[in-house]
Design a protein around this ligand. Structure first.
Ligand SMILES: Cc1ncc(COP(=O)(O)O)c(C=O)c1O
Length: 452
């Protein structure tokens, strides 16, 4: 049985899980067959249900199934899909004009987004921003700016890092398959350091911060030379690499090291930013103030927008026309961002993220007490994960991770996996999700563990 898809999404959609067919249902399967004939195989789908409407904490598919969303389109629709303040501003902007190119004739929305970025990002220093289309493009530009400002070339990145899929960002990204395999040669002057990964740190979590800082500073000294390094780039909580949360002290220590040596610290907050972790930015947690910060994903409620924000003197070291792009800071995307930021402020979505963590963490920890295959429960706010390994060892268990995810999907819960070893289940619900739906999603997860 199929039902007519709802004409509009947003928070007005019934906030319920409802399965009327198997997942994927016949309408999605038909679209999937079309997709296979028209869309490149390299662009894959985690859960091949075709969405017709979404809002709050649910996604509705072409068969009329309503699924609980624990993915937010990979940490994008933190304000919920088709959030009212976003759609209203976007609609208004589309009716006025859709594009002029900010580099040709400017418009206020771009400036207003840069003002918001200056206000919200860590640090009270004078800042400037430049806007782009995607996270990878923002990272590329942060590296360009850092090299230009310092007149140095080396960029330091970390194990388990993910910074995108363009040539330079592939070089910064750690994981070979599927992101890098046979796509080389990669950009040069990139140096990879061990990440402070408490669960897998050889000396144990208690020693992780200090030992990791020692190793990183020694390797930079011996293998690169501090005064060759333009920037260290790090995700304050790693995303695709497995939601790795560095131990307290590691990020402030890294920031101190960078400051001592005239190295710029770039915080890649593309996944962690805009209230996801319970603060406006994950760096706020320990009061770390990066020199440059990259943002995207949650910034614009689903519209494609990204930014690089940094110290005025660093950003303005670049000559006129040295930065930009045809679509960067598109007026419709900027309107979406202003609506999303207004929503975060008005609805205290940072507080909502903390509340989501308070609800989810105890249940995830209880699950870990029941199933020894769960080696770690970690994360902050509404960016949470569990890592699966063979009991009694740290041997990653990607197969069971995949089975649990599939069982969740079949029961109508959208969950994602991640991790260098593919053995991490990650949870990124929209920050506006209702608590009943959140609890129901956790019950589905518990049932999925019981079933595999
Ligand atoms: C931390 C981080 N940096 C960069 C990117 C790349 O962003 P985009 O996919 O918009 O290019 C991502 C995407 O997942 C990310 O999580």
């Amino acid at each position: 049985m199929t039902t007519n898809p709802p004409a509009t999404g947003g928070p007005g959609l019934p906030q319920q899980r409802r399965l009327v067919t198997e997942i994927p249902g016949p309408a999605s399967r038909e679209l999937l067959a079309r997709r296979e004939r028209a869309v490149a195989r390299g662009v894959s789908n985690i859960l091949p249900v075709f969405i017709t409407a979404a809002g709050g904490g649910v996604l509705v598919d072409a068969d009329g199934n309503s699924l609980i969303d624990f993915g937010s389109g990979i940490a994008v629709v933190s304000v919920g899909n088709s959030a009212p303040r976003v759609t209203e501003r976007v609609r208004e902007q589309v009716a006025r004009f859709t594009h002029t190119c900010f580099m040709v004739t400017p418009y206020e929305g771009y400036v207003a987004v840069c003002e918001e970025l200056a206000r919200r990002t860590p640090g009270n220093h004078e800042k400037r921003s430049a806007l782009f289309n995607s996270g990878a493009e923002a990272v590329e530009n942060a590296v360009k700016i850092a090299r230009h400002a310092t007149r140095r070339q080396a960029i330091v990145t970390f194990d388990h890092a993910y910074h995108g899929r363009t040539n330079l960002t592939m070089a910064l990204t750690a994981k070979n398959m599927p992101y890098k395999d046979k796509f080389g040669p990669f950009a040069g002057e990139i140096y990879r350091m061990p990440m402070a990964y408490p669960l897998r740190w050889p000396g144990g979590p208690g020693q992780c911060a200090k030992e990791a800082l020692d190793v990183v500073s020694t390797l930079i000294h011996t293998q690169v030379g501090e005064d060759n390094v333009a920037a260290v780039i790090i995700e304050p909580i790693q995303g695709e690499g497995g939601f790795v949360v560095p131990p307290d002290g590691f990020l402030p220590g890294l920031a101190d090291f960078c400051r001592q040596h005239g190295i710029l610290l770039i915080a890649d907050e593309i996944q962690t930013g805009f209230c996801r972790t319970g603060d406006w930015f994950a760096c706020d947690h320990e009061g770390v103030v990066p020199d440059l910060i990259t943002t995207a994903k949650g910034i614009a409620g689903g519209m494609p927008l990204a930014g690089v924000t940094g110290r005025a003197e660093v950003m303005d070291s670049v000559h006129a026309s040295g930065l930009g792009g045809t679509y960067g800071g598109n007026p419709v995307a900027c309107a979406g961002a202003l609506g999303a930021i207004e929503t975060m402020e008005a609805e205290d979505l940072a507080g909502r993220a903390r509340r989501i963590g308070e609800i989810m963490l105890p249940r995830l920890r209880k699950l870990a007490d029941t199933y020894p295959i769960i080696a770690d429960v970690r994360g902050r706010g509404a960016m949470l994960a569990i890592e699966l390994a063979q009991p009694g060892s740290l041997e990653p268990d990607a197969a069971t991770t995949g089975q649990v995810a599939k069982a969740c999907h079949a029961a109508g819960l959208v969950t994602l996996t991640c991790g260098t070893f593919g053995n991490v289940l990650r949870f990124l619900p929209p920050l506006v999700i209702g608590e009943d739906l959140l609890e129901e999603g956790l019950t589905i997860l518990e049932d999925a563990f019981a079933s595999v």
